[in-house]
Ligand binder design. Structure first.
Ligand code: ASP
Length: 454
């Protein structure tokens, strides 16, 4: 009985996803999504849109307080500040390495497949290039001029910087800060419960998000660009199941199948939200409670990865560059591709994990290597779906590096990792114990009573 209950949420989310794909396909293929139709107005852009957006907004609502409290408590719990620097350096190097490998793989697969060669494609939509920030600005932007601003805008690197500094300052305060430390620990736990509450509605939200996305896809466009889509998806899968798993096995020696099994939730969330940032609560929960990485490492590596690590997006940069270069008959040559690799790695550091950001990075890469930025218009129509897939690869990379760093720093619990049931969300976790409810009400009453007396 217990076991069946435990399986419910994960299974439900997957069912939601599959049902969403089927529903979306039916709406799309039956032509029910015409601009003024009932289905479009009230179902796709009505119900699905509302439910999906409310869910993504709720996840985003969690991100800032969750990162703040878990990172401060991570710094407090690391036990040795020197170790913090080591965790940061390791994560940074691994994130850059996986991103560079990803784009190299993307370019290789694309070059060998000859994708886009002889294509006589016409631009389907105009693409207005937006700027990705230059490296100097990325460095300056790590420091928040105003932390409230940083939080309001969800600027992850700034929030990370402030939280670490605050954690260190609390440590320096010493003995006096003990109640504050306890308070932060409790808040961290409280935030995790909030994640659980939001996750309870995930199956329905995932259904709505995916049904809407698929209903709105230009499937005929997808056929036109089948070559590009197939090559890109192949490279993404090769990276996820090949490169990342080899790195994981080499560095940790752990069972890869267990990792893939436990990553499913995170991937489904990333797939349906198209945002590494919005997926942070789920990634953090999975990495700590299901994969056994200590919060002192995960609270840093997960939000850091969501911002600077984008393996899937990097692969898309590689494949798209080769595709457009071939389609326009431009020969980029070895040095051109090297530039693409460097630019993509740098661009991934400065850009946040939000939907569609890969296209912004791509315009930067194109400008650098002299490809026409309008070329991006060719792939715009299918980018929605590809964004979903590459975001799932992005977050998988974040989780892999988190486990690698956690294990190498001995901030890792192998018992949690190898327990298939560990951290699975059960109905019980959403249950409020009646005695606790009464006890806490009494505490509040007593406090109010004391306040009344003084
Ligand atoms: N949506 C991706 C992410 O959030 C970024 C992108 O490829 O556009 O990780």
């Amino acid at each position: 009985m217990q076991k069946r209950e435990k399986m419910t949420l994960t299974t439900k989310v997957v069912i939601g996803m599959v049902a969403g794909i089927v529903t979306g396909l039916v709406i799309n293929m039956a032509g029910l999504n015409a601009p003024q139709s009932f289905t479009h107005l009230y179902i796709v852009d009505g119900l699905f849109h509302v439910v999906g957006t409310m869910f993504i907004t709720a996840l985003k609502m969690l991100v800032v307080p969750l990162v703040l409290f878990s990172l401060i408590s991570g710094v407090l719990g690391i036990g040795d500040i020197g170790q913090l620097g080591k965790v940061g350096a390791k994560a940074f190097v691994l994130y850059l390495l996986t991103t560079a490998l990803a784009i190299a793989l993307g370019i290789t697969v694309a070059v060998f497949s000859g994708v886009g060669e002889g294509a006589h494609l016409t631009t389907t939509a105009a693409f207005a290039a937006k700027e990705a920030p230059p490296l100097s600005q990325v460095l300056i932007d790590i420091i928040p001029g105003n932390i409230v601003d940083a939080m309001a805008e969800g600027k992850m690197l700034q929030i990370i910087f402030f939280s670490i500094l605050l954690g260190i300052s609390i440590l320096m305060t010493g003995e006096k800060a003990k109640p504050l430390v306890a308070g932060i620990e409790i808040m961290n736990e409280v935030m995790m419960h909030m994640v659980n509450i939001i996750m309870a509605v995930a199956p329905y939200a995932v259904f709505a998000l995916i049904a809407k996305a698929i209903a709105g896809l230009g499937l005929d466009l997808l056929m036109n660009l089948a070559g590009y889509v197939i090559v890109l998806v192949t490279a993404l899968l090769l990276h996820l199941y090949g490169t990342l798993m080899v790195i994981f096995k080499l560095f940790t020696g752990l069972d890869v199948r267990m990792l893939l099994r436990k990553l499913r939730d995170v991937q489904v969330f990333a797939f349906s939200t198209s945002s590494s940032n919005a997926t942070i609560p789920v990634t953090l929960r999975t990495v700590t409670e299901r994969l056994g990485v200590d919060n002192s490492v995960a609270s840093f590596t997960v939000p850091f990865g969501a911002t600077i690590n984008m393996d899937g997006t990097a692969i898309m940069q590689g494949v798209a560059t080769v595709f457009i270069a071939n389609a326009y008959g431009v020969d980029l040559g070895f040095s051109g591709y090297l530039t693409v690799i460097m630019m993509s790695v740098l661009a991934s550091i400065g850009t946040a994990g939000v939907p569609g950001v890969g296209l912004i990075m791509l315009s930067m890469v194109f400008t650098q290597v002299g490809l026409p930025v309008e070329g991006i218009g060719l792939i715009l129509g299918v980018d929605r779906l590809l964004d979903m897939i590459r975001t799932a690869v992005n977050v998988s990379g974040d989780a892999v590096v988190s486990v690698v760093v956690g294990k190498s720093e001995r901030k890792f619990d192998p018992a949690i990792y190898s327990d298939p049931e560990a951290g699975i969300l059960t109905e019980e976790e959403l249950h409020i114990d009646e005695t606790v409810e009464e006890e806490l009400a009494e505490v509040v009453e007593a406090l109010e009573h004391d306040r009344g007396k003084s």
